[in-house]
Design a protein around this ligand. Structure first.
Ligand SMILES: [Zn+2]
Length: 313
């Protein structure tokens, strides 16, 4: 049976206090820097050009020209490989430098997304995509890694390493909309995700959701536990989706026919997970939560939720 998303009250208040709206990006910021003129090793330039070309229509990054002008790329040294053995590559926002791994094309686009979505609010506080980092907190790191992987895979066919996180964030995107998610990501708007989810669940649950995705880092080598967390997160998202439909139906925005269509499309996409590892897939399909999720996406369940909503009014 699936546990609910629960965090204690103190942690909830603490996280809520630390997730704040970030300054908006006002106008579309076109990239005007000539990449050929940058003092970056020639072998990296084609990747940067490709990144800019493929992302320029759908993303409005913050100060992209300033980032490009100071960007540096280097191959990881032996010492760095020893210090960061698990990551193919990494980005250091302190000196705006990517340390590339052996196979550049596997990870460079993921790192370039980090470059263009990192925003230093002040010397104590940095936001990287959805990830808030300051002296008190480090929130939504895994949500951010999952979404960065998802985008690098979507636009550049890159390898996905944060597979469970990417699955979960893809499900979130199904509910909130691709365009919205991409905008939230480029403008560092974790706050907007919490607000959107809170409309159709409690604020506690929305924040617990983010906090549970972060928990996946603790269980990186524990398949059973990771799947358990993934199922808790999936169940929450399905509840959110059903609440969205109930709300729109009771406001007259959708009719019965629409609900049927929405359910069948959503169910097909939602129950479809990508796994790089057969053991994870087996564990997932074996778990009874998989069936719970499917039955929650049925018309019977919808009618039941609708009845509850009408009765409580
Ligand atoms: Zn990353």
């Amino acid at each position: 049976m699936v546990n609910n998303l629960k965090i204690n009250k103190i942690k909830f208040k603490y996280l809520l206090k630390n997730i704040k709206p970030v300054e908006n990006i006002e106008d579309k910021q076109e990239i005007t820097v000539n990449i050929d003129e940058l003092t970056i090793d020639e072998k990296y330039k084609s990747y940067i050009k490709e990144f800019v070309k493929k992302t320029s229509t759908n993303f409005n990054f913050r100060n992209p020209n300033e980032k490009l002008k100071t960007l540096d790329l280097k191959q990881k040294t032996i010492l760095q490989t020893l210090l960061f053995p698990t990551s193919e590559a990494y980005y250091n926002d302190l000196n705006n430098k990517i340390y590339a791994g052996k196979r550049i094309e596997d990870s460079i686009y993921h790192e370039l997304f980090h470059v263009f979505t990192t925003y230093k609010e002040n010397i104590f506080s940095t936001v990287s995509g959805f990830n808030y980092i300051n002296i008190h907190t480090d929130i939504a790191r895994r949500l951010n890694e999952g979404y960065t992987d998802l985008l690098a895979n979507r636009y550049f066919d890159s390898v996905v390493s944060y597979m469970i996180e990417a699955n979960i964030v893809r499900k979130t995107e199904l509910i909130l909309g691709e365009k919205n998610m991409q905008n939230f990501y480029a403008s560092n708007n974790l706050y907007a995700i919490i607000k959107s989810l809170s409309k159709f669940s409690s604020e506690e649950e929305a924040i617990a959701f983010i906090s549970f995705v972060d928990k996946l880092s603790i269980y990186r080598n524990n398949i059973k536990k990771s799947i358990q967390i993934m199922n808790i997160l999936s169940n929450y998202l399905v509840d959110v989706y059903v609440n969205v439909l109930v709300e729109f139906y009771s406001r007259g925005k959708f009719d019965k026919e629409d609900i049927n269509i929405f359910f069948s499309i959503f169910k097909e996409e939602f129950t479809n997970y990508a796994f790089y590892n057969n053991d994870i897939e087996k564990e997932y399909l074996r778990s009874s939560d998989y069936l719970d999720i499917s039955s929650k996406l049925s018309n019977d369940h919808f009618r039941e939720e609708l009845r509850k909503k009408v009765l409580t009014k």
